[in-house]
Write a protein that binds this ligand. Structure first.
Ligand SMILES: O=C(O)CCC(=O)C(=O)O
Length: 373
């Protein structure tokens, strides 16, 4: 009798676990009014939405806005200075006048939204937990590792080399491949413009720019369904991104928060802008001068939110090291060499919350001496 009850309980637990693995949208479609325990964060990790929103607006902190049109004018030196300041102080900034037409951004958000609105069986064709798969529909942050799940579903599309990955991308919605390919190309061009400016702002040789032509490029379409109890969970936990830069497009629903001066600052979506953030590889390349900063995502009770993050770096096997021009006696080398492949290994074997990957690349004094010998 007791054994039967234990078995029954186990079966129920397993069926709930497999339900959570199907994603938050699927869960919401089944009709829920409370957040299941699987998504409830321990009290200190909860977002305390109301309190923080009030603090943020009273401090009136805004992310720097960089007008990219001014890069092509006599103002370029001033723009580079503002860019350097934003990268050093915030690790985040917004760009306007970036040359990506607003109908292109509307279309990629639209097709992303329609992907998540398709019946679960259609989305499920792309489910994979293999971090190297060219297409991956999944949920949470790292669903194979997360003890507590976050309130996010995602579609990850590898974008390079385009001709080999494209056949794996979802064939529905019918326009997904075309829209995602066109947006990927525009995001890549913007990335190259930004990296050119960033290398100039650091005063380093920009010949490495050419290597980005074959660099890794991942597009992540994030879907954060409306959540009945947004104070108990997060769309994404605090994390930093691995690459050189992330180009983030968000719809008009706010949710992204950036850590600055010990506070969580909500980024207000500015129409026709992108949010750009420094990734771990650029922090390493700049030998710590430009910061890869923790960010997280809040959810809300009334609106679902879509964002599209484009993560760019060097080719997966290419080692990233601190630029020799930025290492000297005053600024000793701060990080070990690393690459994207090492990050993927780390992803499949550890918790990637907070800045653990970058922390794992930091040189302690002993390691530093060994490297310089
Ligand atoms: O959805 C957002 O605003 C942020 C997404 C993000 O942090 C990511 O994809 O790494």
């Amino acid at each position: 009798m007791v054994m039967d009850l234990v078995m029954e309980g186990k079966k129920e637990e397993e069926s709930l676990e497999s339900k959570y693995m199907k994603g938050v949208r699927h869960l919401c479609e089944s009709g829920i009014t409370r957040v299941p325990g699987k998504y409830i964060l321990p009290v200190p990790e909860r977002p305390q939405v109301m309190g923080e929103e009030r603090r943020t607006s009273s401090l009136n902190l805004k992310l720097p806005v960089i007008d990219l049109a001014r890069l092509h004018t006599a103002d370029r030196p001033q723009v580079l200075k503002s860019l350097a300041k934003a990268c050093e102080e915030y690790g985040f900034f917004q760009v306007v006048n970036h040359n990506i037409p607003c109908n292109a951004t509307r279309r990629i958000i639209g097709v992303g939204r329609r992907f998540f609105e398709m019946p679960f069986e259609e989305r499920a064709k792309y489910m994979s937990t293999d971090v190297r798969s060219p297409v991956r529909y999944g949920t949470s942050f790292n669903q194979c590792r997360d003890g507590v799940f976050c309130w996010r579903d995602f579609l990850k599309l590898s974008c390079h080399p385009m001709e080999s990955v494209l056949p794996y991308w979802p064939s529905s919605p019918m326009d997904l491949r075309e829209e995602a390919m066109s947006y990927a190309m525009q995001a890549k061009s913007l990335f190259l413009v930004l990296m050119g400016a960033i290398f100039e702002s650091l005063g380093v040789d920009a010949s490495i720019l050419r290597e980005f032509d074959d660099g890794s490029h991942l597009m992540v379409v994030n879907c954060y369904p409306a959540c009945p109890e947004p104070n108990l969970t997060l769309g994404m936990p605090p994390h930093s991104d691995y690459g050189f830069l992330t180009i983030l497009l968000q719809d008009d629903v706010e949710g992204l928060q950036v850590q600055s001066g010990g506070e969580w600052i909500t980024v207000e979506p500015v129409p026709n802008s992108f949010v750009i953030n420094i990734g771990d590889h650029l922090e390493i390349f700049s030998n710590g001068r430009y910061k890869s900063v923790l960010h997280r995502v809040l959810v809300n009770s009334s609106k679902s939110r879509i964002s599209v993050a484009s993560l760019h770096s060097l080719p997966p096997e290419r080692m990233v090291s601190p630029s020799p021009e930025l290492v000297n006696e005053e600024n000793p080398r701060m990080y070990e060499d690393t690459n994207f492949a090492a990050f993927l290994d780390y992803m499949s074997s550890s918790e990637t919350k907070n800045k653990n990957f970058l922390e794992s690349r930091k040189l302690t004094q002993g390691k530093e001496q060994a490297k310089s010998q």
